[in-house]
Design a protein around this ligand. Structure first.
Ligand SMILES: Nc1ncnc2c1ncn2[C@@H]1O[C@H](COP(=O)(O)OP(=O)(O)OP(=O)(O)O)[C@@H](O)[C@H]1O
Length: 407
């Protein structure tokens, strides 16, 4: 049962945003089929997802006659930072910058307050842990594009601050032009979970139902060329935690600790300092860990409790400042971190990568080790990484993709 907002009559179902988030200052109650924008322009067709601060919907834009994604942010969260980042990262149509592109932004008033709405291109999430028929094949090119995304962001003086596999997607231009009838016909009817509150006083704060997410892979499976036969266009999403380095202090990192950089993870775990300083070099570590997870559908670090120990195992060294903390939390395995043990661990990882059919596993391991340096100063920049030999023979510049619409 919801805890914050007592009085809901049904249990919170798994896989949906919590009902308690629909409250004054909270999420915007949305019904399928409703129109947003002033004058009304975007018709809500399906739910794409939800995060800690927002719900994301597939909508039909009546003006540009295309389908778009609407991220509707909870009322209490100031999203002016995310908006200004997305505006700074807008690229001309002739470039494919691998960063989610803002198409429009507006405000929407609901009984829960004033919500910022971002209109962007819809993307297909890179779903790591569900083996779907339409899971993109991760190739050298896909990995190169994740680095190109960060290089683009960093070249604008911006650090991302939440680099993890969930925040990568693939642009699927086919979806933009599909008719609503086709979309509804090709996906399952969404599951709608009823919400009922014991008091009618709060009724207007929440929608009549929670809506399940659309399965874009099902839609694409019957309508688009498989990922292996189409031009690839990765996108990095969620600029909510980004900041301009040097202009203001960095926001608090909310990334799961298994994707956070050593400087952030050590400050949070060992020093209990949640506002640890971080910058573009912290993104590079998180990107390496994400690249491994994208390539293997499995995270490299699984246990938040042991993450600092495992970082020293994979890097083959223990920073002096970490020793006291690590000794205070011994694990039973008696591993002595050092270069030999690190080589052994990476050899095992190389075998896992080989089994996942990613090209040139040994070179990929070399690249990841180059990025995963405990000392942030030793990590290469994203621009330098793009010139790594692992990417030899791939495009030097990101050209406009062939959108090849199959409507
Ligand atoms: N353009 C898009 N196209 C398709 N799905 C999207 C798009 N943007 C976001 N999503 C989906 O919605 C989810 C939530 O989006 P996002 O991460 O931006 O929200 P958030 O509220 O800032 O969440 P958090 O910070 O908790 O990740 C994503 O994980 C993704 O699955």
């Amino acid at each position: 049962m919801s805890t914050e907002f007592e009085g809901f009559l049904f249990e919170d179902p798994e896989g949906y945003e919590p009902t308690s988030a629909y409250t004054l200052g909270g999420l915007c109650p949305i019904r399928l089929g409703c129109d947003l924008g002033s004058p009304p322009r975007y018709r809500i067709i399906a739910k794409l997802g939800f995060g800690a601060y927002s719900t994301v919907w597939l909508a039909h834009d009546r003006v540009d006659k295309r389908n778009v994604a609407l991220k509707i942010v909870e009322a209490r969260t100031s999203s002016s930072n995310e908006l200004s980042m997305l505006q700074r990262l807008r690229a001309p149509d002739t470039e494919a910058p691998h960063v989610i592109q803002l198409l429009d932004a507006f405000e929407h008033t609901s009984p829960n307050g004033l919500h910022q709405v971002f209109v962007t291109e819809p993307v297909h999430p890179v779903d790591l842990f569900r083996c779907q028929a339409f899971r993109p094949v991760i190739t050298r090119e896909a990995l190169r594009q994740t680095i190109a995304a960060l290089a683009f962001i960093h070249s604008h003086g911006i650090a991302h601050g939440d680099v993890r596999p969930d925040n990568f997607g693939m642009a699927i231009h086919e979806i933009e032009r599909l008719s609503v009838i086709k979309i509804c016909g090709l996906t399952y009817t969404p599951t709608l979970m009823a919400i009922l509150h014991s008091s009618s006083e709060y009724q207007q704060s929440f929608p009549p139902y929670l809506c399940s997410k659309i399965d874009l892979s099902r839609l694409l499976f019957s309508n688009a060329r498989p990922f292996t036969q189409r031009p690839l266009s990765m996108r990095i999403l969620d600029l909510g935690n980004a900041y301009i380095v040097g202009e203001c202090p960095p926001p608090r990192v909310n990334t799961p600790i298994t994707y956070a950089s050593p400087e952030v993870a050590f400050a949070q775990k060992a020093l209990n300092h949640l506002d640890a300083p971080w910058d573009c070099r912290s993104d590079i570590w998180s990107l390496a860990v994400s690249m491994y997870a994208l390539a293997c559908s499995h995270p490299i670090f699984e246990c938040g409790e042991r993450v600092l120990h495992e970082m020293t195992h994979y890097c083959g060294e223990v920073p002096d400042a970490w020793r006291e903390y690590l000794h205070s939390k011994p694990f039973q395995d008696d591993i002595v971190p050092g270069p030999e043990h690190a080589d052994r661990l990476w050899k095992e990882r190389e075998e896992v990568i080989s089994r996942c059919d990613v090209e040139n596993p040994a070179e990929l391991v070399r690249l990841l080790r180059r990025m995963m340096q405990l000392n942030p100063a030793n990590r290469p920049t994203a621009a330098e990484l793009l010139r790594d030999p692992y990417f030899d023979g791939l495009h030097e510049h990101d050209l406009v993709q062939d959108h090849g619409l199959l409507t």
